[in-house]
Design a protein around this ligand. Structure first.
Ligand code: AMP
Length: 208
């Protein structure tokens, strides 16, 4: 299973990815998680990426592309992978296509988790994330139900940045729906339903 997850921030891509990883043992490649880890570690990449992330903008393509290329070579990705948050624009999609071609790998699907923008705004503003494992839950959950870690509000889930991130999504990432539809691998699931209902449809769409 080699898939790309598409959808606005807060659509539930990470949640669906985590379920697929738990059930099928594929690698979860989340560029947002990788970048947040780099910021936390105060690495050169993290220092370069932080300003863009805080502003709700995309980090420059080359930084993210290098990160993904490296991650795709890792052993756990040999069983399959779920790309979550990458590609984020057409340039990244083109580079991914040629990288996978070089590796002799085909994408099985680009799965769009579709959620209306008013629902997204509500979800993101009340979203809390586990500091330790990245698990997400609505506000009010203070201890991570998965690992017991501390839940916090991501800086970019604060109202002033949410609007900017959604604008970035509409302008740069939404065109990928058409891009993958042209490749005949686009699948779409209604993400505005309970997690398990969405997941049942995801599995059916992916033929699992
Ligand atoms: P996410 O957790 O996917 O919402 O990503 C958080 C932030 O990381 C985004 O708002 C961007 O600043 C940055 N980011 C994540 N993935 C990418 C990507 N593929 N290209 C550029 N920037 C990215």
């Amino acid at each position: 299973m080699n898939i790309v997850l598409l959808g606005a921030p807060g659509a539930g891509k990470g949640t669906q990815a985590q379920k697929l990883v738990a059930d099928y043992g594929v690698a979860h490649i989340s560029t947002g998680d990788l970048l947040r880890a780099a910021v936390k570690a105060e690495s050169k990449l993290g220092k370069e990426a932080k300003g863009y992330m805080d502003a709700g903008q995309l980090v420059p393509d080359q930084l993210v592309i290098d990160l993904v290329k490296e991650r795709l070579q890792a052993d756990d990705a040999k069983k399959g992978f779920i790309l979550d948050g990458f590609p984020r624009n057409t340039q990244q999609a083109v580079v991914l296509g040629s990288e996978l071609e070089d590796m002799g790998i085909e994408l099985d699907a680009a799965l769009l988790v579709d959620v209306a923008s008013d629902v997204i705004i509500k979800r993101l503003s009340s979203r809390r994330t586990c500091k330790a494992c990245g698990y997400t839950a609505p506000a009010g959950v203070d201890v991570c139900p998965r690992c017991g870690g501390e839940m916090y509000q991501r800086d970019d889930d604060k109202p002033e940045t949410i609007a900017k991130r959604l604008d970035t999504y509409e302008k740069q990432t939404a065109p990928l729906v058409e891009y993958y539809s042209g490749n005949n691998i686009l699948k779409k699931v209604d993400g505005d339903r309970p997690v398990d209902e969405v997941y049942a449809d995801v599995k059916e769409l992916l033929g699992l």
